[in-house]
Every structure is written in C-alpha cells, then in structure tokens.
Design a binder for this molecule. Structure first.
Ligand code: HEC
Length: 284
C-alpha cells in the first residue's frame, strides 16, 4: 500500500516539478567572499600542488591532466553546478581531506583555502574586501550558487528540512512547523556546525510529508527532527494528523475522529534518507 502511495506520489511530483527556492545560508559565492590578494596567493599554491593534475587552465583532462576540470570554460563540465547548494565548507572539506589526490597532507589548510579563492576567481565569481577564513561556521554560512542561480528545486533533488515529527491518520509520518525544504549536497545527517544550525533554525508553518521512513520513528513523536532525502512535490496537500498538537498520542486517538487538520503542506514531501533527532521537544 505504502509503495503504491509512493509511486502515485512520484508520478504526481514529476508533473509538478518546480517550486520556489528558500535559502538557509546567509551568503553565497556571488557576494564577494574572497579577496584579490588571497586569490593571488592561491594561484601560486595551486600551481605548486594542483596544476600537475588539474592543469594550468583548470581544465584537467582537457589539457592532458589526470583530474576533472575545475572550471566550465572550454570544457562544458560544470564543476560549480556540481557543487550547487553545497556550502563552501563542504567544498573545502573535499579539498582539505582528499586533495592533492593520494597526498593531501602535502598542502596545508590555509593554502587550500587560498586555492579555493583562486578557483572562485578563475570562475569569475566576484572578489570582495575580506578573505575566506579558516572558520567552519563562516565557511558553512556561504552557499555555492552558480552564476545563473540555483537550478529550480525539482523532483529528486537532495533536500533537507527541520520540523516536529507527527503521525498522520494515513499512517504516514510528517514534519509539522517546517520552515520549508532547502537544497543540500550531502544525504548524511548533519553534524557539528550544521547540526547546531538545525537546533537554532526557526520553525515555520509548513507540513512536509515523509516517505520510506525506517526504522519506525515512533519514539521521536513530538521531537524536533532533521530530515534529508529526495524532494517530492505535487502531493495531495491535505494531511490529517493523528496525534495531538503537543505530540503525545492518546489511546483513543486511533478510534476517535482526528481533531486536527493541516492544509498548508504545499504538497511537498521527502523520500527520507536520514532522519535525525535535533531536540526532545519541538517549539519555535
Ligand atoms: C595526483 C593528481 C591530483 C592532484 C595533484 C590534485 N587533484 Fe584534485 N582531483 C584529482 C582526481 C583524480 C579527482 C577526481 C576524483 C576525486 O574526486 O577524488 C579530483 C577531484 C578534485 C575536486 C572535485 C572535482 C569535482 O568535480 O567535484 C576538487 C575540488 C579538486 N580535485 C581540487 C584539487 C585541489 C585544490 C588540488 C591542489 C591542492 C588538487 N585537486 C590536486 C586528482 C588530483
């Protein structure tokens, strides 16, 4: 039965694919997040540590290197779009922990940050007054957004949201009081700074349906949760909740007529890949 519901939902959301995008991050790489002098230093560090594989023109394979391009120009490979909706911190972590390939420890962290500045400059993202700083919180607050903006949120995109876990009368799970879904790069539950952000993020008034939730999250009813997974839209936008507003289920709830009806779901759902408890309560 659930599979059938999901299938119908899938068909429906392919038909109504795009909805407005909400930004969680304060800034994007379009806002001048590095300085010219940082990019200058980054160019030198790039030439020493990255050029052998990624090439002088950052086109990698296209100029005989052993690595993918780090630019679109002349390659048709949209490196930045591949990272869209990620945070600069996530991109930094990729470079910090894995590059140069097989010898990541040969280039220090500060130089890698400078190199990111150079890559942004090379890709024509504007410079500003301040440098990219080696500060997880600051880097996490900058979103990677391609020049033309994020591609419209569509079926199957990885998204995340926070909200209060409730059960609907149709036995499906929902997150109420969600501020809405936003794009994300990683399907893994948030950790560290990103988790802190999920704790303090203000709640909203949307209800997001959850599909394929496993294991049964019953024990987390009424808790503030973070859900990540594949975006679904065009769903039936009326959800009738089984539990009371404070999240407690009473024994009569099953037999009684449901007493709370939500109609503001905007017909959106998440095919869940991770569902993580953020707090044992759920208030805005
Ligand atoms: C020995 C060759 C080699 C060197 C040197 C190297 N890389 Fe890479 N790089 C690769 C390969 C191969 C990949 C693709 C596989 C992967 O992602 O691990 C890659 C992938 C990447 C990616 C992800 C590309 C994408 O499309 O997502 C980034 C960013 C990157 N490298 C940055 C750097 C930076 C910055 C340096 C210098 C500090 C560097 N690399 C040095 C081989 C190299």
């Amino acid at each position: 039965m659930k599979r059938v519901t999901v299938f119908i939902a899938m068909v429906a959301f392919i038909l109504f694919a795009s909805v407005p995008q909400i930004f969680a991050q304060d800034r994007t790489i379009l806002d001048g997040v590095y300085s010219e002098s940082q990019a200058e230093r980054g160019k030198k560090a790039y030439e020493a540590g990255c050029l052998p594989c990624h090439g002088a023109g950052l086109t990698g394979f296209f100029e005989g290197g052993q690595a993918p391009p780090l630019t679109f120009a002349g390659t048709g490979y949209d490196f930045i779009r591949g990272w869209e909706a990620a945070t600069v911190h996530e991109l930094f972590v990729k470079v910090r922990d894995t590059m140069p390939k097989e010898s990541a420890e040969t280039v220090d962290e500060i130089s890698k940050l400078d190199i990111l500045a150079y890559i942004l400059q090379f890709n024509k993202f504007p410079a500003g007054d301040a440098e990219l700083m080696l500060d997880t919180k600051a880097l996490s607050a900058i979103m990677v957004v391609p020049e033309g903006g994020l591609s419209p949120l569509a079926a199957g995109h990885l998204v995340k949201t926070v909200g209060c876990l409730e059960e609907a009368v149709d036995k499906n799970w929902v997150l109420t009081k969600s501020p809405g879904v936003i794009r994300t790069k990683s399907p893994m539950a948030s950790e560290g700074i990103a988790l802190e952000a999920a704790v303090t993020e203000s709640l909203g008034d949307q209800t997001i349906r959850l599909f394929d939730v496993w294991p049964n999250p019953e024990a987390h009813k009424g808790h503030r949760m973070e859900a990540k997974g594949l975006f679904m839209s065009g769903l039936n936008d009326r959800v009738t909740l089984m539990s009371s507003a404070d999240g407690r289920v009473t024994d009569e709830a099953e037999s009684e007529a449901p007493h709370e009806e939500m109609s503001d779901t905007a017909g959106q759902g998440i095919n869940v890949l991770s569902l993580e408890m953020i707090a044992e309560t759920c208030s805005s």
